[in-house]
Design a protein around this ligand. Structure first.
Ligand SMILES: Cc1cc2nc3c(=O)[nH]c(=O)nc-3n(C[C@H](O)[C@H](O)[C@H](O)COP(=O)(O)O)c2cc1C
Length: 176
């Protein structure tokens, strides 16, 4: 059993992270989920709590919560860290060293293999700053996955679609 830390950010594809968490748990891993504030606009933490069997981390400053684990502990305990889906925003924050919420703070602490699965509109994905940020993360040792091409949730067609969850699980498992 390995400790897998999954960050979920605020994109339409957030629901696909449910399959990733479900598959990893069924394989016997301990999966902890960290959700950004925006991610919670798409999926409720309760869903990930039920699927992972663990309390979901949503708040940096929730000191009253007895199950609270510090961001440092979470990051240190992880065997693999993955962000599914990864918004342009989290990619930009990680590339710039910004730590203004729980997930971006954890991302700055982790030393384990890290898999970033981007998902966004084609125009966002092809934006040069986003591409530069992806390049920066790759050069720092992050495994930034490709995206699929196809019909996006917004109706556009092109790059930026999250890879199938099975592919993402396989990429995570490469590091276990
Ligand atoms: C309906 C809707 C869908 C969105 N989908 C995406 C997306 O797929 N990818 C992305 O990078 N941003 C998307 N966004 C924008 C992000 O939610 C926004 O940039 C947010 O600040 C991201 O915060 P986070 O990275 O902390 O989760 C979407 C916004 C809305 C309203």
């Amino acid at each position: 059993m390995k400790n897998i830390l999954i960050g979920v950010t605020g994109g339409i594809a957030a629901y696909k992270a449910i399959e990733v968490v479900n598959a990893l748990r069924k394989k016997g891993h301990n999966v902890r989920v960290v959700m950004t504030k925006s991610a919670q606009e798409f999926i409720r933490p309760l869903t990930f709590q039920a699927i992972s069997g663990n309390q979901v981390i949503t708040n940096m400053f929730d000191a009253d919560d007895s199950s609270h684990i510090s961001h440092i502990e979470l990051a240190k305990n992880a065997d693999v860290f993955a962000i599914v889906p990864a918004t342009a925003n989290i990619i930009g924050k990680m590339a710039s060293g910004i730590a203004d919420d729980m997930l971006s703070t954890i991302a700055m602490v982790v030393r384990c293999p890290s898999v970033i699965a981007p998902a966004m509109n084609t125009l966002m994905y092809e934006n040069r700053i986003v591409q530069e940020n992806i390049g920066k993360l790759k050069s720092r040792g992050f495994t930034v996955l490709d995206t699929d091409s196809g019909l996006l949730a917004c109706g556009d067609t092109g790059k930026g679609k999250l890879l199938p969850w099975e592919t993402i699980v396989a990429e995570i498992e490469r590091f276990l």
